[in-house]
Design a protein around this ligand. Structure first.
Ligand code: PLP
Length: 367
């Protein structure tokens, strides 16, 4: 199993060798940022690693509260709940909303954690075709009883293939069902999509609605660690007073929280990080199109390529690595076919020359 010996970034040390790195989810290249590291070290010296107490008792630390304050500011909402992992964000949402829906409708390619939360509800669960509002409508008509209210769940941006959920169309479809709710896991869109990096809702021009909820992570583009749910004051108060993830679990550790708070500040103050990311996405995707690959033209920094069978894609991944470039071959992941796929991720910190090098080497190894 390969081991990473440096922060993930445009260049990353793996097993003692430095690679051009186009994998993972550090889209803004913040994980190794000196200011995040300094913030983590300073806070650790003051407060230790963690509070060893529940947040309902004495377990709040200044860095954890700072993340919630800065996240509220970043997402332009009243408040936020910061917890140990984005993976449990959907669990937290569905538990808080459980008296507001009777059936759950989930995009078939949603992340594992979305399905885990949907099963946790103990309500009838229906999968609809990937990114297909018409199929959602058909499924609602076929499966929802007249008095029932649906909860619709999906990723905002899909981790492997990089599609953006058609949330505006879903909103229209759900508009026909009184009391319908929408939950979006925006782990791959936070910090990336929208003029202010607020994610899928901002990118699609969807405004605050009391029926739309979002969760996500600080561990990917935003370079820190831990899960986040931004929302209205009332909703966040409800989460904190009822969620077992508030009362029964430790808050994210101090170094992670301090780094995350600083990352939110940097992402707010440096919109050029996002502009550079989108330019790099454009450069990579237009280069791939010139090579004959069907890359979309969204600003999502994820590209999924299927080139022959699994064996061929493993060979491409291996040969690129021999040439000093890391991309991922994903054998299995939600939404991928039986042969798996190659996944490329681009960061704001990649230079034009690095992206051109990736395209050149890809041309050489793809047959
Ligand atoms: C859609 C989605 N949600 C949640 C997570 C988990 O987030 P975290 O790493 O903060 O636990 C991931 C991570 O891969 C993800 O892709």
């Amino acid at each position: 199993m390969p081991v990473m010996h440096s922060p993930p970034g445009a260049c990353t040390m793996i097993d003692g060798r430095r690679y051009l790195y186009f994998a993972g989810t550090g889209y803004l290249g913040l994980q190794g940022h000196p200011e995040l590291i300094r913030a983590a070290c300073e806070a650790t010296e003051r407060y230790g690693i963690g509070s060893a107490n529940s947040r309902t008792a004495f377990g709040n630390t200044p860095p954890v509260l700072e993340v919630e304050r800065r996240a509220a500011e970043f997402f332009a909402v009243d408040d936020a709940f910061y917890f140990m992992s984005g993976y449990v964000g959907n669990n937290i949402l569905v538990l808080a909303l459980e008296d507001r829906f009777e059936a759950v409708f989930v995009d078939e390619f949603s992340h594992y954690c979305v399905f885990e939360a949907a099963r946790l509800t103990n309500r009838p669960l229906f999968r609809f075709r990937h990114c297909d509002p018409d199929d959602l409508r058909t499924s609602l008509k076929a499966n929802l009883k007249p008095t029932q209210r649906p909860l619709m769940m999906t990723d905002g941006v899909f981790a492997a293939r990089g599609q953006i959920a058609p949330a505006a169309e879903y909103q229209t479809v759900l508009g026909d069902c009184p009391g319908a709710l929408m939950c979006i896991d925006d782990a791959h869109a936070m910090g990336v999509l929208g003029a202010n990096g607020r994610g899928t809702f901002e990118y699609l021009g969807l405004f605050d609605s009391p029926d739309m909820f979002v969760c996500g992570t600080m561990s990917k583009a935003l370079g820190g660690f831990g899960g986040i749910i931004p929302g209205s004051r009332r909703f966040i108060e409800r989460l904190k007073s009822t969620s077992p993830y508030y009362g029964g679990a430790s808050a994210p550790p101090v170094p992670a929280a301090a780094a995350t708070a600083r990352a939110l500040e940097l992402a707010r103050d440096n919109p050029d990080m996002r502009t550079r990311l989108w330019q790099n996405v454009d450069l990579l995707k237009s280069g791939l199109r010139e090579l004959g690959f069907p890359a979309d033209d969204t600003p999502v920094p994820i590209v999924c390529l299927t080139v022959g069978d699994a064996e061929n894609m493993q060979r491409i991944q291996r040969e690129l690595m021999q040439r000093g470039i890391v991309i991922a071959y994903m054998a299995t992941y939600s939404g991928l076919g039986p042969e798996g796929a190659l996944r490329l991720a681009v960061f704001s910190t990649h230079t034009e020359q690095m992206i051109r090098q990736l395209l050149d080497e890809l041309t050489r190894v793809i047959q």
